[in-house]
Design a protein around this ligand. Structure first.
Ligand SMILES: [Zn+2]
Length: 90
């Protein structure tokens, strides 16, 4: 009877262990998904250009890239910021 009881306890113990492992695995999967989303956000941020004039990010289609061939540098501006820069030069 005692041995039978122990076997039963062992089964419960193993079942709990498996459940714990599954829970840990699921939370790891969740963390991986979270990390993947963060990575995609970071990649997006890297691709976003910053306006040289107002220091704000430029959404796609709003940018004007000004190339400085002498120093081999590219500057990004908002279309409107670039326009106001040009009008300031006049
Ligand atoms: Zn700007």
């Amino acid at each position: 009877m005692r041995i039978k009881m122990q076997g039963y306890d062992n089964r419960i113990y193993r079942k709990t262990q498996i459940e714990n492992t599954m829970n840990r695995l699921n939370s790891l999967k969740f963390k991986v998904t979270e990390l993947r989303i963060k990575c995609e956000k970071l990649k997006k941020l890297q691709n976003e250009k910053q306006c040289k004039n107002c220091r704000k990010t430029i959404s796609q289609g709003e940018e004007i890239t000004f190339k400085d061939p002498a120093r081999n540098i590219e500057h990004d501006y908002h279309k409107n910021c670039f326009k106001s820069l040009l009008s300031n030069l006049k």
